[in-house]
Design a protein around this ligand. Sequence first.
Ligand code: IMP
Ligand code: MG
Length: 178
Amino acid sequence: MKEIKLHDTTFKIYIPETEIAEIVQKIAEEINNTGIENPLFIAVLNGSFLFAADVIRKITIDNTEVSFIKLASYEGTESTGKVNELIGLNQDLKGRNIIILEDIIDTGITLEKIISLLEKEEVADIKVATLLFKPDAYTKEIPIDYIGKSIPNDFVVGYGLDYDEIGRNLPHIFKLKN
Ligand code: IMP
Ligand code: MG
């Protein structure tokens, strides 16, 4: 499976599943060594579902909790413009130690929105873990605590990441062939 086609676009293998497993292990170890108590992992759907499933199994911290959110953005009916909401946030987050699990951080716009919504819930602490990070695209100042792998500004797909909704099931991460 060195090359694949999605929506008539060719992708070539970039990060094989063996390397993904090593990256996941490294992030889990870093998180395990932090001493965060009773952490609440919040995985950002859809893209992070495989990363979250794999990393969570390697977390050995007592009283670990896991939840999932999805960011919904829609155009308001009035001139207020775009409204963002976290779907799935139905528990009290006040005073909690949150670790956000993201598949990929690109410009950081999504991350910034999630953090501002979580801050309204008066959480105690927010840490950010991402499988992939595109430093050249990042426009925000928010520190990213755990980075699996920094990559160039290439479009990638697989292991949860989609290209127009397909490709999430691929075990390896592929990048655009050019
Ligand atoms: P940001 O808000 O620009 O940081 O983008 C974050 C979201 O864009 C991610 O959670 C992904 O859903 C999507 N995204 C960014 N880069 C890629 C990519 O290379 N492949 C697939 N999805 C991506
Ligand atoms: Mg995502």
